[in-house]
Design a protein around this ligand. Structure first.
Ligand SMILES: Nc1nc2c(ncn2[C@@H]2O[C@H](COP(=O)(O)OP(=O)(O)OP(=O)(O)O)[C@@H](O)[C@H]2O)c(=O)[nH]1
Ligand SMILES: [Mg+2]
Length: 325
């Protein structure tokens, strides 16, 4: 772990063990590891960026992993090298990763040109974004030219994933009661593609109905410009997936040609800088001994409504900056 240059070289030569070790290093919260990680990232950064980054988000059990396996195998057949990062935002509470078992992507995992990595999201709200972004670069430097990020659509995680991929696919299942729930929650605003899965067996009619309802609603929401395309598929029976794959490839191609992809990535990088600044500042603030000494009293005062939160924050910040409050 200690020689980032050697690790970078092995990783770029396509050594999977080196890639796996590099990801572990990136995910580590130890400060000495973080320094090595920064050196490693600096070394591989010029080799990053050469992939199609696809986010797949949706409620638990909607079929994301099943879909990624089908989509991944088809992409391999079309000549892509596929990396899958499965981010599990719930692992911080359960202590383990529900995505840890790769069984649902077993066929994909066995392919030599595929790499599957389950990752915990970490303690941060933006945990998905903070290290997954860097892990995507590592996969790209290792030669993977399709990187798929799977994340369970709970809370903020789907917004976080949309901020680090080129295209974000929102997956829904029919028969969930309120078919237009996603639109109400505003989630659809971050989706570039809407996919109704499980369009098979008894669910087939409901899936088709949901797809046309969404299609209609999305056209109303975006009267100008391109509406979000809606697909009805069966990940299990592999129906509709190849058509969707071709749409994704075509959309990525257009984005590359017209420069919109570069602009999107530049905006994402600037936003990541600001969120790193915010998180780093908060970390530094919490570690500051002067602030640490002051905080319990400030919390007590605020809880007892003897002090406003903003006044308490000002005092903590003054202590941090070493100026009198
Ligand atoms: N009928 C049908 N079942 C499906 C389809 N896709 C997935 N399933 C089933 O739905 C269940 C959940 O599938 P997963 O692929 O693990 O779903 P997921 O969204 O990755 O789940 P989490 O990662 O736990 O959030 C499994 O029992 C799958 O076999 C489909 O197209 N049709
Ligand atoms: Mg899954």
């Amino acid at each position: 772990m200690s020689d980032p240059a050697a690790l970078a070289a092995r990783l770029q030569a396509g050594d999977r063990t080196a890639l796996a070790r590099a990801i572990t290093l990136i995910e580590s919260t130890r400060s000495d590891h973080r320094d090595t990680a920064e050196d490693l990232l600096a070394a591989i950064l010029p080799a990053s960026g050469r992939s199609l980054r696809l986010g797949v988000t949706g409620a638990p059990g909607v079929g994301k992993s099943t879909f990624i396996e089908t989509f991944g195998l088809m992409s391999l057949a079309a000549g892509r090298r596929v990396a899958v990062l499965a981010v599990d935002p719930s692992s911080k509470t359960t202590g383990g990763s529900i995505l840890g078992d790769k069984t649902r992507m077993g066929d994909l995992a066995r392919q030599t040109d595929a790499f599957i990595r389950p990752s915990p999201a970490g303690p941060m709200l933006g945990g998905v974004a903070r290290r997954t972004r860097e892990t995507v670069w590592l996969c790209e430097a290792a030669g993977f030219d399709l990187v798929i990020v799977e994340t369970v659509g709970v809370g903020q995680s789907e917004t976080a994933v949309a901020d680090l991929v080129d295209l974000c696919l929102l997956m829904i299942a029919p028969g969930g009661g309120d078919e237009l729930q996603g639109i109400k929650k505003g989630i659809v605003e971050i989706a570039d593609l809407l996919v109704v899965n499980k369009a098979d067996g008894d669910l087939a009619p409901a899936a088709q109905r949901a797809a046309s309802e969404y299609s209609h609603a999305l056209r109303l929401l975006r009267p100008v410009g391109a509406a979000v395309p809606v697909f009805a598929i069966s990940a299990l029976e592999k129906r509709g997936v190849e058509k969707l794959r071709q749409h994704v490839e075509a959309a990525a191609h257009i984005g590359t040609q017209d420069g919109s992809l570069d602009r999107k990535r530049a905006a994402q990088a600037r936003a990541a800088l600001w969120s790193e600044l915010g998180e780093s500042l908060l970390d530094a603030l919490k570690r500051d001994p002067k602030v640490a000494k002051l905080l319990p009293a400030l919390e007590t005062e605020v809880a007892a409504t003897r002090l406003t939160p903003s006044a308490a924050a000002s005092r903590a910040l003054a202590a941090f900056r070493g100026v009198p409050s």
